[in-house]
Design a protein around this ligand. Structure first.
Ligand code: VG1
Ligand code: CO
Length: 544
């Protein structure tokens, strides 16, 4: 094998990772030297590369195998001792996190643009995880970005490219490439947390379930889990084969992009439970017959019912949620007498709390829930958690939700996304609102008074690092909140996210439609921030 040093005419200056890795159009990643440049910056910044073990895999989208091949050849040129990858390169984000941990790897590279569409017209992405199995910290991704801006060359082994990954082991220069089944270890972990016998007998006795993999990474996992291990029928898993373009689907499990599944549960009566995951398997959407579980409520319900799950029988050390996630879990934490932390958006901010054993469960409003079993959010784990609660309580999803609100009160909650707004429009709307914040305190808003208005900043309780500018908050005197953020995962123009939350105690009206309950907040922020006026959009693209 010859090792090549490829010289660049000029470095790429746009390789700044966002909320979750570097995400660009597929075509951008196809540009000569683009992917290689980012991988070089990673391999020159990540600690322990020489002699270390690296986990590599992805969600199966277009470009997945080509990227794995390039990473393997670059890893060998950088003195990595072993790359662990998987059959067909298929590896979900939570399963990758687990592999990093059990193999004591220095980290992992996950090829995914998560919930963004795939294929030649879609997006591609590269996520880096560290040795704890979690997304790289801001300081490391900043270092990688700075490195990429001055990159002059990259190192790669010259050999035939390889696009077929089947079980086995081979050597490339002095590096070992081990191709394993990416599913077994993950399912073993699930078996250690949940009671598979109980879940199996429940779902096979008049409690039919359906799972939509949206033609993305969870298909093979879900088939082995639900069909082979839990004995459900083969039809339980829909869209179960990972496709390079996800069959044209947008693998974002919400009511808009997973509409077929939502219709099955909300309009039909064939199933008692439905769930879907996103492109890389870290998000989950939970549906019951005739009902949708808001992700913020889902986190609260998992926390309140932790004792149904054998893996958490010893109790929760604490919980955490991202800032825009509703406070439903805070109320549960208070009841349980444990701490609840509020972090910025993005799973990387939970890593330190999990490592320090300060929290056991955590989640985000964006359909992400997880625990200390790995260092990523975990879609199928959340589905199993729900099934375990349902099987233990022998109740329907809607009964579980209603009982929860009757005990804890209800946090009406919604997120409105305005996608593909011209960047200048989004930036000027955002900075105008940001500049207005100090003048808003004590003003009236939606029939209430603004108690505080600021840009969220976070001091990590473990390492005291400070993260500024994490989203605009308007906090009202009755505890209601309206939040505004710009997405850090989109690739087309800008996406504006507006979050609404309002609490009704258990003796209040807990049966309203959230959009109606939140309507005064929705109208007030539209007039204050001039959202429809400035974007020209009369309604959000996605409502959760
Ligand atoms: C979105 C979500 C955030 C999530 C992130 C990555 O980020 O809001 O909660 O952690 O995606 O999820 P943003 O910056 O677009 O709001 V995933 O499934 O893409 O790893
Ligand atoms: Co994802």
């Amino acid at each position: 094998f010859t090792q090549l040093t490829v010289k660049l005419n000029s470095p790429f200056t746009d390789q700044k990772p966002g909320t979750s890795g570097l995400r660009k159009s597929t075509l951008q990643f196809e540009e000569t030297h683009y992917l290689e440049s980012f991988i070089e910056s990673i391999l020159c910044s990540l600690p322990g590369v020489r002699g270390g073990v690296l986990v590599v895999g992805g969600d199966g989208r277009y470009g997945n195998k080509r990227a794995i091949d390039i990473i393997i050849r670059m890893a060998a040129a950088h003195g990595i001792q072993k790359v662990i990858t998987t059959v067909d390169g298929i590896l979900s984000t939570p399963a990758a996190s687990n592999l990093i941990r059990i193999n004591k790897a220095i980290g992992g590279i996950i090829l995914s643009a998560s919930h963004n569409p795939g294929g030649l017209e879609g997006d591609f992405g590269v996520k880096l995880n560290g040795s704890n199995g979690g997304p790289a910290s801001e300081s490391l991704t900043d270092e990688i970005y700075n490195y990429s801006k001055n990159l002059k060359e990259y190192k790669i082994i010259k050999c035939q490219s390889n696009n077929s990954f089947s079980l086995g082991k081979y050597k490339l220069a002095s590096m070992i490439v081990e191709i394993i089944d990416g599913i077994d270890d993950y399912l073993d972990l699930m078996k250690r947390i949940f009671d598979f016998d109980l879940i199996s007998s429940y779902i096979n006795n008049d409690f039919p379930i359906v799972f939509d993999a949206l033609n993305a990474v969870t298909g093979p996992y879900a088939k082995r889990l639900f069909v082979d291990h839990l004995g459900a029928t083969a039809e339980t898993v829909r869209n179960g084969i990972p496709l390079e373009d996800f069959g044209g689907l947008h693998p974002d499990p919400n009511l808009t992009y997973a509409k077929d599944l939502a219709d099955l549960l909300l309009k039909g009566n064939l199933f008692s439970f439905g769930a879907a995951c996103d492109g890389d398997g870290d998000r989950n959407m939970i549906l019951g017959r005739g009902c949708f579980v808001n992700p913020s409520d889902s986190l609260a319900i998992l926390a309140a019912n932790y004792d149904c799950v054998p893996g958490y029988a010893k109790g929760l050390s604490g919980v955490a949620r991202s800032m825009p996630t509703s406070s439903a879990v805070d109320v549960v934490a208070k009841h349980l007498g444990i701490n609840c932390f509020e972090t910025p958006t993005g799973w990387k901010f939970f890593g330190n709390l999990l490592d320090a054993n300060q929290i056991t469960l955590c989640g985000e409003e964006s359909f992400g829930t997880g625990s200390d079993h790995v260092r990523e959010k975990d879609g199928l784990w959340a589905v199993l958690f729900w099934l375990q609660i349902l099987a233990s309580k022998k109740k329907s999803v809607s009964e579980i939700m209603k009982n929860h609100w009757l005990f804890f009160g209800r946090h009406y909650y919604s997120r409105h996304d305005y996608e593909s707004i011209p960047t200048e429009v989004a930036n000027s709307l955002y900075s105008r609102l940001s500049n207005m914040l100090p003048t808003l305190i004590d003003e009236s808003f939606a029939g209430r008074t603004i108690k505080n208005a600021d840009d969220f900043s976070y001091t990590d309780p473990v390492d005291s690092s400070i993260t500024l500018n994490q989203g605009l908050r308007i906090l009202l005197d009755d505890g209601s909140r309206v939040l505004v953020r710009l997405s850090g995962t989109g690739t087309q123009g800008a996406t504006l996210r507006v979050y609404f939350e309002s609490f009704v105690p258990s003796d209040g009206d807990i049966t309203q439609d959230p959009q109606l309950a939140l309507d005064p907040l929705i109208k007030s922020i539209d007039s204050l921030a001039e959202i429809s006026k400035r974007t020209g959009m009369s309604a959000p693209t996605v409502i959760t």
